[in-house]
Design a protein around this ligand. Structure first.
Ligand SMILES: Cc1ncc(COP(=O)(O)O)c(C=O)c1O
Length: 403
């Protein structure tokens, strides 16, 4: 007998384009090649000892469920963090989630019915595709360009794709995969469109602490008159280098949306209890100096990226402004093929560099095929070596193509 058919969601959800080259990297390592991982946003910055200390002080006899919206200390800690940045947020506006990932899924489900549309700027964080599939949402891309530093296209290009199924605009600021930080003027433009067209503004601000060259991140929570429209998705994964804790949060002042997301939370019971003790302690105790130090580390790595790749023939990008990513144009026929070739066939002094081909960050077929995303998550010396190896790879690649 034939097996029962699985759902179209299960058939269609994308495999992560960031992870798909991993078997080639594993094979290269087996051949004795050192692989520099610039392909994935896993920071090497140590998780603060405060996290482990706070958890080890809490050894309950029973590791019980917690409240579905998160433990009070953590919700309060998140409010304190925002208030230190001059943003007034109350615990009732905050809900703890299992990672920023769950926050994005809950936000999409809260604003869209099946087939509802969310406008988002490509290239975008590739897992938005998977979240949209799970939530039954259609992502509608509007393209941004490397020549513009991936800043927003004109209002007309955005408004053109809005129709009566559109429920929200989704932004990521600072951006993964581009490192772009939206200006206050750009955020005002988005607020104007959302107000005119009666839309939610979903803002993924998980990299909000990492901005460079004196830029100050403006949160969508600071947009006057947008209190009912904004849902912020946040996370401790990168903020406190705690990706494995699986903790994020939602901030939202729209009581009805918050209530719905709270009930999504009840259905999945609660976010990880122990990790929340650690996160609450970090939120209360790690302040500006900690964030400034981490941001400086990433800015220095960004500077290494710029000095190693700027001026290389056929390579083009504008200086990344925040987060720890850059999407850059490279002189190749196809960046998927190039990234695979770097692992499969190339090595320089028994080393190679793994990058993420950018096509997986675009929804429009054919875009991003001459771009890669680099995550600058390695120490400066390793970054320098990894980028020197990448330059050698670009010179030797048989499909090299300077436009
Ligand atoms: C832009 C963006 N949003 C959300 C996430 C998900 O983060 P979390 O580990 O908190 O689920 C990531 C992770 O890389 C990200 O880059």
């Amino acid at each position: 007998m034939a097996s029962p058919a699985v759902s179209s969601r299960a058939r269609l959800i994308q495999a992560s384009p960031i992870r798909k080259l991993t078997p080639l990297a594993d094979a290269a390592k087996k051949r004795g090649i050192e692989v520099f991982h610039l392909n994935i946003g896993q920071p090497d910055i140590p998780t603060p000892s405060d996290y482990w200390d706070a958890m080890s002080r809490r050894t309950p006899q029973v590791l019980a469920y917690g409240p579905s919206v998160g433990i009070p200390e953590l919700r309060q800690g998140i409010c304190s963090y925002y208030r230190r940045a001059g943003i007034d947020v109350q615990p009732a506006n905050v809900m703890v989630t299992s990672g920023g990932s769950e926050a994005v899924i809950f936000a999409m489900m809260a604003v869209c019915d099946d087939g509802g549309e969310v406008v988002c700027f490509e290239p975008f964080y590739t897992n938005y595709n998977g979240f949209a599939t799970m939530a039954g949402v259609k992502l509608v891309p509007v393209s941004s360009r490397v020549e513009d530093g991936f800043h927003l296209p004109p209002d007309e290009a955005i408004e053109k794709v809005i129709n009566d199924r559109t429920r929200a605009i989704l932004i990521c600021n600072p951006n993964n995969p581009t490192g772009t930080v939206l200006t206050a003027g750009e955020l005002d433009r988005l607020a104007g469109i959302c107000t005119r067209r009666n839309l939610f503004l979903l803002a993924d601000e998980v990299y909000r602490d990492f901005t460079f060259d004196g830029r100050v991140h403006k949160s969508t929570l600071e947009l006057a008159g947008m209190e009912d429209r904004v849902i912020v998705m946040d996370s401790i994964s990168k903020r406190f280098s705690s990706c494995g804790a699986r903790l994020g949060n939602i901030v939202c002042r729209n009581a009805e949306a918050m209530d719905g997301m709270g009930r999504f939370g009840q259905a999945r019971l609660c976010p990880p209890t122990l990790a929340q003790y650690g996160a609450a302690y970090m939120y209360e105790n790690l302040h500006e100096e900690y964030f400034a130090d981490v941001a400086r580390t990433y800015q220095n790595r960004r500077d290494v990226l710029v000095s190693e790749l700027e001026g290389v023939e056929g390579v083009f990008f504008l200086k990344p402004e925040g987060a720890f990513y850059a999407t850059i144009r490279i002189p190749v026929d196809d960046s998927d093929r190039f990234a695979a070739w770097m692992l499969d066939e190339f090595s320089f002094d028994r080393m190679t560099t793994m990058v993420a081909p950018a096509a997986g960050f675009y929804a429009t077929p054919g875009l991003g095929t001459d771009e890669i995303r680099i995550a600058y998550v390695l120490k400066e010396d390793n970054m320098r070596t990894a980028l020197a190896v990448l330059r050698e790879g670009l010179k030797a690649y048989p499909g090299r193509k300077v436009r």
